[in-house]
Design a protein around this ligand. Sequence first.
Ligand code: 5GP
Length: 188
Amino acid sequence: MKEKAIIITAPSGAGKTTLVKKLLASRTDLAFSVSACTRDMRQGEQDGVDYYFLDTQEFQRKIEANEFLEWEEVYKGMFYGTLRSEVNRIWTNGQAVIFDIDVKGAKHLKAQLGEKARAIFIAPPSVEVLKERLQGRGTESEESLKKRLDKSMAEMAYEKDMDLTVVNDDLEKAFTELSHRVNEFLQN
Ligand code: 5GP
């Protein structure tokens, strides 16, 4: 297979990670690019599977050594980045690479990878649904909910920078459409 990449991005709360996991479970021609990050490992996560968990110094060293295709301070003091070595490992293995990445990272990756990449924006069906989904994540204050909603709204503005949009109204429907779009891109 030619060197190809699927970039999946979305505002938080749109359900992109669920879709990426479903896609990966359904086929062998795609492999997930494990990012590096400096945040703490959460319960249930594994180093080298969910992320490569690095300390800030190690992350900085990799920036200087040009080991990242893109990197970003997604939250204050928390760095995330795509390793060139991951992408090359997957391509050498004859697979296409799939990224689950925030909107800014997606824009950077698309600029770096050009024609090799197809950037897919996962959109919530409406602002109301997005709000419900963010609320559903747990008990949080009105203020922090508002902050997260504002962030998601700002992230919606990146839709126009991507190649296509899949609306995640119904998970199964969105998955079918996403699979179809991925097939289309990988077959050509
Ligand atoms: P979390 O800490 O919840 O796993 O991820 C936080 C955010 O960082 C998510 O929006 C995720 O998509 C983004 N992210 C994960 N890996 C990368 C990466 O390699 N580069 C960038 N720019 N963002 C990433």
